[in-house]
Design a protein around this ligand. Sequence first.
Ligand SMILES: Cc1ncc(COP(=O)(O)O)c(C=O)c1O
Length: 371
Amino acid sequence: MATPWDEVRRDFPALSRHVYLNAAAASPTPRPVREAVERFYRELEEGGDLCWDAWREELERVRVRVASFVGAQPEEIAFVPNTTAGINLIVDLLAGDGPVLADEREFPTVTLPWIHRGVEVRFLRVGADGVVPASAYAEEAAPPAATVAVSHVQYGNGCRQDLKALGALKGRRHLVVSGSQSVGAFAVDVGGWGVDALASAGHKWLCAGYGAGLVFIRRGLLRERPPRTMGWLSVEDPFAFDNRAYRLLDTNRRVESGCPAFAGAFALGAAVAYLESIGKDAIEARVLALNRMLTDGLARDGLRVLSPGDPHRSGQTLVAVSDPGRVTASLAARGILVTEKPQGVRVSTHFYNSEEDIERCRAALRDLARS
Ligand SMILES: Cc1ncc(COP(=O)(O)O)c(C=O)c1O
């Protein structure tokens, strides 16, 4: 049955106020996310610590849901506030292994935590088409490295990397992924694709709001390598309150080392349940169809698209304009929200956008280009 996208839009109050084409910055949340967080704060307001056990149980149900959403096992998932926190946990485990390969236009969070720990990052050149093909990371083609660190979707031009191909050619190297610009829009199967670790915030394509992220670390790595940080809840029997001896959990939950950030995790759980109710495949197809409609239309309008097309297409389109600051502000004045980038404006198309959003954005860009 075709998804009733008009009904879906009604779940997002923000969409009746704005032409919201800015998921790559942050998405508005759908109603079930606020309801989940509200329920938690009402329980807290009315009962203090009374629901502690119920919340801990709910946290584990969310873990199962989130794990299944990205193709992981529940014990491989931990809740983190954002992508950066997750990447740092991953880098703590892998920094000792040697150099890292990355795309030269990679988001700073994917490269700086390695450099900060004294690891050399070897950058691969981006082609004129805005793409580093997966084949450039092959062992015979790339400089030697212990880890390949990539964004599934690049933040600047929206280039979607073929993670499955990277997983197939990584050899003995670790494959570390920022899913910040993809999880929620594109199906991810970390287990099936050979990803070793992935972190994603919840506030962009997952529609979960701020402070609601996840980090996946492959079970084998968790068993081999202890985390750098730990606390009273990282151990097998925290309620023994032993302050001298401990047995560390061998699951990723051990990095949630103190009292849980329940609200963020419940928001994430509600968002994932909401996305599942629409369907991952339906969402991915919708994101791609809207994006194709946008880029085809921009080409007809004579505007230059700097984002690669299929098969690297994502939900982000970088449109070249000569004065990105002025254009972004003029679009905002017309109620159209996008992000300013040095080379142009970044327009995001998520499943909750409509054909009319795209037409309005194109019409405004045409108008601004003329003036
Ligand atoms: C690809 C990518 N990775 C990581 C980040 C950092 O995200 P966070 O602020 O959630 O740590 C961003 C932010 O835009 C991003 O686009």
